[in-house]
Design a protein around this ligand. Structure first.
Ligand SMILES: [Zn+2]
Length: 84
């Protein structure tokens, strides 16, 4: 199974900016000390998210295409079954 990628709703994306919630006045992720890292952390545990906004937009586009692709596969299989 693919690891779950964090996605935001379109409304959340609208209000999102990288570093939202940062309390240490950092400008970039490497300056930010709000996140304490350990190897067991997942993307969901990160307190301050520095992911570029575009990544969330692209993840949603990717997800939409995956859903459409699955639907097409399903329709294709249904058609194959009908031809028998
Ligand atoms: Zn910070």
């Amino acid at each position: 199974m693919k690891p779950a990628v964090k996605r935001l709703t379109p409304a959340q994306i609208e209000n999102y900016f990288p570093g939202k919630g940062c309390k240490c006045h950092a400008w970039v992720e490497r300056e930010c000390c709000c996140n304490t890292w350990n190897s067991a952390m997942t993307e969901q545990d990160i307190k301050v998210d520095w992911t570029p906004k575009e990544v969330y937009v692209l993840r949603n586009e990717n997800h939409e295409l995956e859903v459409r692709c699955q639907r097409l596969e399903q329709l294709f299989l249904e058609q194959l079954l009908q031809e028998d």
